[in-house]
Write a protein that binds this ligand. Structure first.
Ligand code: MEV
Length: 423
């Protein structure tokens, strides 16, 4: 009889009871069950309070990226990631940035956007007017949801109304702009959107459907920039190569996706270490990269007048240092202590710097590989000429030596003789 995944009341069981069922279903050994059962800092019972149907915890290596100097302050940066080389690459790029003073980073106020979708609005223009003229009242209702946030200086601060033509007719979308202080903010913003929806319906005669945060946090951007000295990078040729690599990403979405993926290697690793929502960050970053109508790199690279490399990153970074998993996961709490950040904005600035560093490291490695190959080919051609090759034989001898990985004068002579004998 085939096994069924229909298990009524699975959620009501304890993690141990669920483990027993999963063990049976999948034929796990005692050792395999033991692997699932949390052995780390995040205990099974804590994990069970974080999500549903818990049977264990899944671990990732946690590394520390060193050398980060951001706005004149030194940081050790915890990164949780399964991919080798990411932590080393970030540390390496951060070391190179120190030569010219490290990273300069900045960020916007922690303003998140909450959306309320209004359909079946009779006269959209009139409805828009009605909403805008009741702005103060709407913000008051929103702020009643979170007195603590308001006490901390946050809360709903602004309101925008957009008219959108959609496949289902014209709609209004109301944006609540909420200062979420040191939280990621989804819970506060969602609660406010839900609270103001009936009032918006009343004001417009429309119907409120979606009431939810937008992950495209364009009012919560973080930026970082740095100059990398050409000598530290490996010469002006490397600088030129990185600028060319960037040009490709700017012109081609196929390359750009990988370019931005490399950036997110760093940012997501810090987000995971600090208990932040990595999917929200990915969604925001890639949507922001496509804001202009085509998908673009999140970084910019240019050669300076001195021949050094200047780079800049800008992206929405909706991260928190209070609430959510940042509070419930003990590993995240320790990671935040290692970072020593005092605000969500400071965390976003560190993450922007890590993203820029990660991109630099990836581009440098990729470019250097190309340069190495280029040099090898050039060297092989010179040897072929020295060995007596002329015309198209030069390239044929060189290519064979590069392919074999045997580049020497003797080998050039052998290959040339072989080709000449072969006709
Ligand atoms: C691999 O995880 C990330 C890279 O592919 C990024 C890039 O190509 O820029 C190395």
């Amino acid at each position: 009889m085939s096994k069924s995944s229909r298990i009524a009341g699975f959620y009501r069981l304890s993690p141990e009871e669920r483990l027993r069922l999963v063990k049976e279903f999948a034929g796990l050994s005692d050792e395999e069950v033991e692997i699932l059962r949390s052995t780390g800092a995040l205990k099974l019972e804590q994990a069970n309070r974080m999500i549903e149907n818990v049977v264990g915890t899944a671990e990732l290596p946690l590394g520390i990226a060193v050398n980060f100097l951001i706005n004149g302050r030194d940081y050790l940066v915890p990164m949780a990631i399964e991919e080798p080389s990411v932590v080393a690459a970030a540390s390496n790029a951060a070391r190179m940035a120190r030569e010219r003073g490290g990273f300069t980073a900045s960020s916007d106020e922690p303003l998140m956007i909450g959306q309320v979708q209004l359909t079946d609005v009779g006269d959209p223009l009139e409805a828009k007017e009605a909403i805008l003229s009741s702005k103060e009242g709407i913000l008051r209702v929103a702020n009643e949801q979170d007195p603590t946030l308001v006490r901390l200086g946050g809360g709903a601060k602004g309101l925008e109304v957009r008219m959108l033509g959609t496949d289902e007719g014209e709609m209004l979308v109301v944006h609540l702009l909420v200062d979420v202080r040191d939280a990621m903010g989804a819970n506060a913003v969602n609660a406010m959107c839900e609270a103001v929806a009936p009032l918006l319906e009343e004001l417009t005669g429309g119907r409120a459907y979606l009431r939810i945060i937008s992950n495209l946090a364009t009012s919560r951007l973080a930026r970082a920039e740095a100059v990398f000295a050409k000598e530290v990078l490996g010469g002006e040729e490397v600088v030129d190569g990185i600028v060319k690599a960037y040009a490709l990403a700017a012109a081609d979405p196929y390359r750009c996706a990988t370019h931005n993926k490399g950036i997110m290697n760093g940012i997501v690793a810090v987000a995971l270490a600090t208990g932040n929502d990595t999917r929200a960050l990915e969604a925001g970053a890639h949507a922001y990269a496509a804001m202009g109508g085509s998908y673009k790199p999140l970084t910019t690279w240019r050669k300076t007048g001195e021949g050094d490399l200047w780079g800049r990153i800008e992206l929405p970074l909706a991260v928190g240092i209070v609430g959510g998993a940042t509070a419930s996961n003990p590993v995240a709490r320790v990671c935040l202590k290692i970072l020593g950040v005092k605000s969500a904005r400071e965390l976003a600035e560190v993450m922007a710097a890590v993203g820029l560093a990660q991109n630099l490291a990836a581009l440098r490695a990729l470019v250097a590989e190309g340069i190495r190959r280029g040099h090898m080919k050039l060297h092989a051609r010179n040897l072929a000429i020295m060995a007596g090759a002329t015309g198209e034989l030069i390239d044929r001898v060189a290519e064979q030596m590069v392919k074999e990985g045997r580049i020497s004068f003797d080998r050039a002579r052998e290959v040339l003789e072989g080709l000449l004998r072969g006709g």
